[in-house]
Design a protein around this ligand. Structure first.
Ligand code: ADP
Ligand code: GLC
Length: 473
């Protein structure tokens, strides 16, 4: 099959979170199964630095966006059999950041119009268009509007981001007639929502875990009522749990670790990495054998960081250490900085983005905290388990589908999951797992976690089945 992906980010070029891991891991797995995958991405400043043959230009054209004409270049690179096409337009993407600008709706409208035009202009052979999140959700509709109807799939990685724009701008930004709004196709809460438009117009929709698919359909988490829209598409809605890219995350080969290890050698391996991690973070007595809790995350309310702030006294009481790597909302960052000053012996933070430090935290911690309020899938807990670091998670979304909780059954357990409404259970977990640590009772769980198969080679089959089903319709 010829599969076209479009997304706001993808490793190995540009990443802010799990979306980048998934686009890259899934596209490589599809290529390994003999399919052709072309990935369209915006050409951000950060991504440019990573394209080896920087100006492998393949096409150029003007894109009309309402009353404006903007020039776009299409730049090509290939990585491990995956074809990458970058939409170059510095006025929109030649900036330091990726998302979070006041003109994001305009930037990603431009991106989507350009991808739709490139497909036609370059005469690309396409069987399936697979778009990810709101930044790409309208591409199938824009192609259809230009006269080319492809089978399409939208994957919702994060329903909290819905890509709003003023209905008055529909013609200006997306070249679409107002009827697309007035007939309700794009209308959502009296605005245009690109995510809603994708849900209404793609042939099928997936989200990244089975539990989260149910949560959306049952409106268990609000997301401005997007579940009501998804319910109209219930028979076309599926949950497919994310896989893990074992090339990028593998304790046996990871160059960021000071000692590689596997399920047979994890005791020495994790010990060496723990000492290296504690030393790097500036703890006194890095050799001390105390429980280490790691957290690698975007610092947003989604991730339940407020819950982590609550457990600091438990960490102190149990002589444990807590290491935070993340960046995000100002208030959360400030609170963390404040706590780190109060408890320098127990808490260290690195405010920023560092893939190297992230991997050392996965390798060198004993426990990984992910008390999310909602979590469509989550990759942090999957990476942690693969590195023999036991996740402590809220039982929501993909966390529920991937962590086998010791609280439910000691048999086969790979971590600890508490009911999301029961925050006391999270506080209680800290003392509970520290006790297990000090009594050396974690080895079976560590081995279970490391032996789990989260490979994309398994999960990719679910997508292939779905693509084939769409093509047979
Ligand atoms: P989300 O996509 O919601 O942020 P996931 O758990 O699915 O959450 O994926 C997060 C990914 O981003 C993981 O690969 C994690 O290691 C990485 N990550 C998150 N924050 C940072 C950071 N500050 N530095 C490096 N990697 C990070
Ligand atoms: C989103 C979700 C996360 C998921 C990731 C990749 O960012 O928040 O749960 O793992 O996308 O699908």
């Amino acid at each position: 099959m010829n599969i076209l992906f479009a997304a706001g980010e993808s490793s190995p070029f540009v990443k802010t979170g799990g979306l980048a891991d998934v686009v890259w891991g899934l596209s490589k797995a599809l290529v390994r199964k003999g399919h052709k995958v072309s990935v369209f991405l915006p050409f951000y400043r950060k991504g440019k630095e990573k394209v080896k043959d920087m100006y492998k230009w393949v096409d150029s054209f003007d894109v009309a966006q309402g009353w404006r004409m903007t020039h776009a270049n299409i730049i090509y690179d290939q990585k491990e059999g995956v074809d990458f096409y970058f939409v170059e337009c510095d006025q929109y993407f030649g900036r330091d950041g990726i998302y979070g600008y006041g003109d994001d709706a305009e930037r990603f409208s431009f991106f989507q119009l350009t991808v739709a035009k490139a497909v036609i202009h370059m005469g690309m052979k396409v069987d399936i268009i697979h778009v990810h999140d709101w930044q790409a959700a309208l591409i199938p509709l824009l192609c259809a509007h230009a006269g080319l109807k492809f089978r399409s799939l939208l994957t919702i990685h994060n329903p909290a981001f819905q890509g709003y724009l003023n209905p008055m701008s529909l013609g200006d930004l997306l070249n679409l007639p107002v009827v697309y709004y007035s007939d309700g196709l794009l209308k959502f809460n009296n605005m245009v929502s690109m995510l809603k438009g994708g849900i209404a117009t793609c042939d099928a929709i997936t989200t990244v875990s089975i539990t989260h698919a149910h949560e959306l359909l049952d409106n268990q988490t609000d997301f401005n009522g997007i579940g009501n829209v998804i319910r109209y598409r219930q028979s076309d809605m599926f949950g497919i749990v994310n896989g893990l890219d074992y090339d990028s995350f593998n304790p046996e080969t990871d160059k960021e670790l000071v000692q590689n290890y596997n399920v047979k050698t994890y005791k020495e391996g994790k010990k060496a990495n723990k000492v290296a991690l504690l030393t790097k973070m500036g703890f006194k007595n890095p050799e001390e054998d105390v429980p280490v809790f790691g957290l690698v995350s975007r610092l947003t309310s989604q991730k339940g960081i407020d819950r982590v702030l609550r457990i600091v006294p438990e960490i102190v009481k149990n002589k444990a250490k807590l290491i935070f790597l993340g960046q995000g909302e100002y208030m959360i960052e400030e609170e963390l900085k404040h706590l780190a000053k109060l408890y320098p012996e127990n808490l260290k933070i690195y405010m920023g983005y560092s893939e190297g430090l992230a991997n050392l935290i996965y390798g060198g911690s004993d426990f990984f905290l992910m008390p999310s309020k909602f979590e469509p899938c989550g990759l942090g807990q999957i990476i942690a388990m693969h590195y023999g670091t036991l996740p402590i998670v809220a039982k929501v979304g993909g966390l529920n589908d991937t962590v086998k909780s010791y609280y439910d059954s000691h048999e086969g357990a790979t971590g600890f999951a508490f009911a999301s409404w029961d925050e006391n259970c999270f506080d209680y977990s800290i003392g509970y797992v520290c006790n297990m640590f000090y009594k050396n009772k974690l080895n079976t769980l560590i081995k279970n976690a490391m032996k789990e198969d989260f490979s994309w080679d398994k999960q990719v089959e679910e997508y292939i089945k779905l693509y084939k089903m769409l093509l047979s319709r």
